[in-house]
Write a protein that binds this ligand. Structure first.
Ligand code: NAD
Length: 323
């Protein structure tokens, strides 16, 4: 055990979360994370329709009897998605934990609460965390500038963001962005959080349903191997720094619109990267913590190692300093 307010609230063994990741958060990974004693999330929008999401939840439930959740990210998309129907599908599926992200979850909270669903809201600023607590979410996932995907527009890294948030947030909070090992986990606990959320680290695991070449690229990359696209549109996204990311940034600076850039940055192209291992086919999300990732373990090996080493750091290294 490594007990925190987060593990108590969500009924998991360890304060480690596999957060939503477009195209990656599928049943194989989420069930493996759950079976390892951590909290996994299926990514709602990875499923083409709400009916497919219900089937994916069932598939995941066939692979684990441990708790897991569904991520629902509400951000601009190239093709409109029926969010209301995805919410109904989540409720119908019987899942009891949801991770919301990208937008204020207030409109959906009554439905989730009525269905007995606990909501973790992922946000990128202290003020949004405070609002989320006020409107009644159960926990916060605070996502710093280091993260893969959408870090918001304030550019505050976690060394400041997390304690600043911990000063004013009272509900359980997990730290997201830049976490990949036991040192990060212990640091997050010291900064006032109740656990960590990891995305990129879980991509480089045996069970992640993506091509081996993508996993090897993560292991081969360092902390400088990401790029920030969509800055000019205030929809910043941190992605692997490949030729497509460079081209997208160039087009943005030439004043091209999303309609013109869309064909090269579309999620459908990113999906092909994960399927084929062609790293230059599209954009794909990855975080700065690639600089900390040096192997491709199973989820269980990863979680066990993090917990074992975290306990060692707390009980030996830090305790010796305070003795
Ligand atoms: P998509 O193909 O619809 O869009 C590709 C990218 O373009 C996304 O980053 C999207 O935010 C951005 N975009 C689309 N329309 C835009 C606009 N009008 N202005 C500015 N930017 C715009 O995306 P997808 O890969 O099908 O993903 C669906 C949604 O999930 C997107 O909003 C994406 O950002 C988000 N997402 C979620 C996760 C997660 O972990 N849950 C991870 C990555 C992306």
């Amino acid at each position: 055990m490594l007990k925190t307010r987060f593990t108590e609230m969500f009924g998991v063994q360890y304060p480690i979360v596999q957060g939503g990741m477009q195209w990656v958060g599928r049943a194989e990974l989420t069930a493996a994370v759950a079976n390892a004693g951590a909290l996994g999330f299926l990514t709602g929008l990875t499923q083409p329709t709400p009916e497919d999401l219900v089937k994916e939840v069932k598939r995941c439930r066939d692979m684990t009897d441990k708790p897991f959740g569904v991520n629902l990210t509400i951000l601009p998309t190239l093709v409109p998605r029926p969010y209301g129907e995805y919410i109904d599908a989540i409720i119908q599926s019987g899942v009891k934990i949801v991770e919301t992200a990208g937008n204020n979850p207030k409109p959906f909270l009554p439905k989730f609460k009525e269905a007995g669903i606990k909501v973790i809201h992922k946000c990128t600023s202290v003020r949004h965390g405070v609002t989320a607590e006020r409107i009644g979410v159960d926990a916060i996932s605070m996502d710093g500038f280091e993260c893969a995907g959408h870090p918001g527009e304030d550019d505050v890294p976690n060394l400041v963001l997390l304690p600043a948030a911990a000063n004013v947030i009272n509900i359980p909070m997990i730290a997201s962005g830049g976490f990949a090992d036991a040192r990060g986990l212990v640091a997050a606990l010291a900064l006032g959080c109740d656990g960590v959320n990891m995305g990129t680290r879980f991509m480089a695991t045996k069970e992640a349903p993506i091509h081996q070449k993508v996993k090897e690229a993560i292991v081969g990359a360092d902390e400088r191997s990401t790029a920030l696209i969509f800055r000019t549109m205030r929809n910043t996204s941190r992605v692997f720094n490949n030729s497509v990311a460079k081209k997208a940034i160039e087009m943005e600076h030439e004043g091209k619109t999303i309609a013109e850039i869309g064909p090269i940055v579309s999620g459908q192209k990113g999906k092909v990267v994960y399927e084929t291992g062609d790293l230059e086919h599209g954009i794909w999300s990855a975080g700065t913590c690639m600089g900390l990732i040096q192997d491709i373990p199973t989820c269980k090996e990863l979680v066990d190692r993090m917990v074992r080493e975290a306990k060692d750091i707390i009980a030996k290294r830090l305790a010796a300093m305070a003795a």
